[in-house]
Design a protein around this ligand. Structure first.
Ligand code: NAD
Length: 547
């Protein structure tokens, strides 16, 4: 008996998705009580995280510590690093698993994802939030909108978008039935995730899996704890062994094996440009080896802007600077890190921003009064500190500017002003809480838009603030290619699945919009089928009967 698909006749419909509501964690709320309890147990725990291949845990004995960024002496987990032989075993396990997984009806695969959403939204919520807070130093709110809400949304919306995609079928002339079979790719998808969003790791893996693919997952070393819980959650939801294999460890060593393998069918990456470019180059060098042309999908860096028109509300601009620039310590790919303010608004905008910055508390994220935690690790702390030193010498530091690594990797929310429009802090991705402002003459609005467009190689997110419709239209035109996610009178962060599909162009990536049908299309290879009901039995055409 074939048990690979449910014996159900009917055109099944995915329940219409809605965004998971953000919980408040207000004093006394049940979610706060539960999360505090989970934070306490997880803090006292130090799990040994294995490599997982074909559903089996492998303890390689090569261990790396995972530390809490806001308390770097606190080891919260240790993980076993995958060896080259584990990568090969994972590729073989994936090939075996795909035989059954790809033959399931898509509705049955979608059911696994919908069950994962439900578990995450309920019983697993505090676990994923606590792991993200402890391991990646997110405040409760930042964790809630990432690990809980965004991931739940990815699971639910992707199932809905898969249904839309599969529903797209060709027309048929009389006497035939044309069909499209959205096949999974032949081979495995290599998913490499960044540290800064728990939901990104979950989506880079589950989106291709939903479409019938098998995946090798290389999570970021600093986010292994939350990634491991995410993998366990999907397993509990019913994901068969071998569909997503979990390979923490040395990125270059794992990539060496994965990227040179004949069965590499796709790369699903989010992270920095340098790493994405190096992966693309490796694939280019190996082109003769692959069975198919690998799909290469990568969302990379940003140098996201806020540009205010003289008609803007300076208080709204200041809030966008503070929330957009400093939430999660400026470590969102969408974080605002350069602002262009007209002279007439500068004094007021600066005063509001300084007042808000003075009010910001930073520290251990288990203390819910804190608005900011620490930056992810020593490497990041050192690199941001160098930018602060540069600002101290070559620009004006108007708030913050200091960093302290005694207990954790803490960097103050920092506001810098420069008069040089090509100053490096206006051009380079810093990935920390550093906002650089450039004040322009009110009369130079159109020139400033050109400057915003041409200053950095990235084009991820950006925001315009204005109460003048003509100026908004001018910004739309001048900045059309400067951001894949463009905001009008809002901060450039906080994209919601299903509402603002996310991704940028130029140096910011391939813009395949995570959590949308556009992304899912990359993980299928369409097979067109034409079936003729009664095939012709005469080879001659009527025109040949000419007299
Ligand atoms: P990163 O590039 O340092 O690491 C990303 C992943 O690549 C990690 O898993 C890392 O271990 C792996 N990696 C490192 N070297 C590798 C190699 N040689 N071969 C293969 N893999 C390798 O990035 P990060 O610090 O984790 O994340 C921050 C970056 O991610 C920023 O540039 C940010 O803008 C970007 N980002 C972009 C988006 C987006 O949607 N555009 C979203 C989140 C983060």
């Amino acid at each position: 008996m074939d048990s690979s698909s449910a014996p159900i006749n009917g055109i099944r419909r995915v329940p219409p998705p809605v965004n998971d509501p953000i919980r408040s964690y207000a004093p006394g709320s049940p979610e706060k009580v539960e999360l505090k309890r989970r934070l306490a147990t997880m803090s006292g725990d130090c799990p040994e995280i294995p490599v997982v291949v074909g559903g089996k845990a492998i303890h390689t004995g090569e261990l790396t510590d995972v530390r809490s960024p806001h308390d770097h002496q606190h080891v919260i987990a240790r993980f076993h690093r995958a060896r080259p032989e584990d990568v090969l075993a994972a590729i073989a396990a994936g090939a075996e698993a795909q035989k059954e997984w790809a033959s399931w009806r898509w509705e049955d695969r979608a059911t696994v994802m919908l069950r994962a959403a439900e578990l995450l939204s309920t019983t697993w919520r505090s676990t994923l939030n606590a792991a993200t807070m402890l391991g990646q130093s997110k405040t409760v709110y930042q964790s809630e909108i990432d690990a809980a809400c965004e991931m739940t949304d990815f699971f639910r919306f992707n199932a809905h978008f898969a249904q839309e995609l599969y529903t797209e079928q060709p027309v048929s002339a009389p006497g035939m039935w044309n069909q499209t079979d959205y096949r999974p790719l032949e081979g495995f998808v290599y998913a490499v995730s960044p540290f800064n969003f728990t939901a990104i790791g979950g989506n880079l893996t589950s989106a291709p899996a939903l479409m019938g693919n098998v995946v090798l997952w290389k999570p970021a070393g600093t986010a292994v704890l939350s990634s491991w819980y995410m993998h366990q959650l999907m397993t509990e939801a019913g994901l068969p062994p071998g569909v997503i294999n979990f390979l923490p460890g040395n990125a270059a060593a794992i990539s060496d094996v994965a990227l040179s393998h004949r069965d590499l069918a796709g790369v699903h990456f989010t992270g920095s440009n340098e790493v994405f470019n190096s992966m693309w180059e490796t694939i280019g060098r190996n082109m003769g080896r692959y069975r198919s042309y690998p799909r290469i999908v990568g969302e990379t860096g940003g140098k996201d802007f806020i540009v205010a028109h003289p008609s803007a509300d300076p208080r709204a601009v200041a809030v966008a600077i503070v929330r957009g620039g400093f939430e999660y310590q400026g470590q969102k790919c969408s974080a605002a890190s350069r602002a262009y303010i007209p002279k007439s608004l500068w004094k007021a905008t600066l005063a509001y921003a300084q007042e808000m910055i003075a009010d910001i508390r930073m520290g251990d994220v288990a203390d819910f009064r804190n608005f900011m935690g620490a930056v992810i690790d020593k490497k990041s702390f050192t690199s941001i500190s160098e930018y602060l030193a540069d600002a101290g010498k070559n620009a004006k530091v108007l708030a913050g500017g200091k960093a302290n690594s005694e207990k954790g990797w803490f960097v103050e929310p920092t506001l810098v002003q420069t008069e040089d429009p090509s100053y490096r802090l206006l051009c380079e991705e810093i990935f920390g809480p550093v906002m650089t402002c450039y004040v322009y003459d009110d009369a130079k609005w159109l020139d400033t838009l050109k400057l915003v467009d041409s200053t950095s190689p990235y084009a991820l997110t950006g925001a315009v603030f204005s109460r003048d419709r003509k100026a908004i239209l001018e910004a739309h035109t001048a900045l059309r290619n400067a951001a894949g996610n463009f905001y009008v009178n809002d901060k450039p962060t906080g994209a919601v699945v299903g509402q603002q599909p996310f991704g940028g162009a130029r140096g910011s990536g391939t813009n395949d919009k995570a959590g949308s049908r556009m992304n899912l299309m990359r993980w299928v290879s369409a097979r067109t089928i034409k079936e003729t009901f009664v095939p012709p039995t005469e080879y001659r055409y009527p025109f040949m009967d000419e007299e």
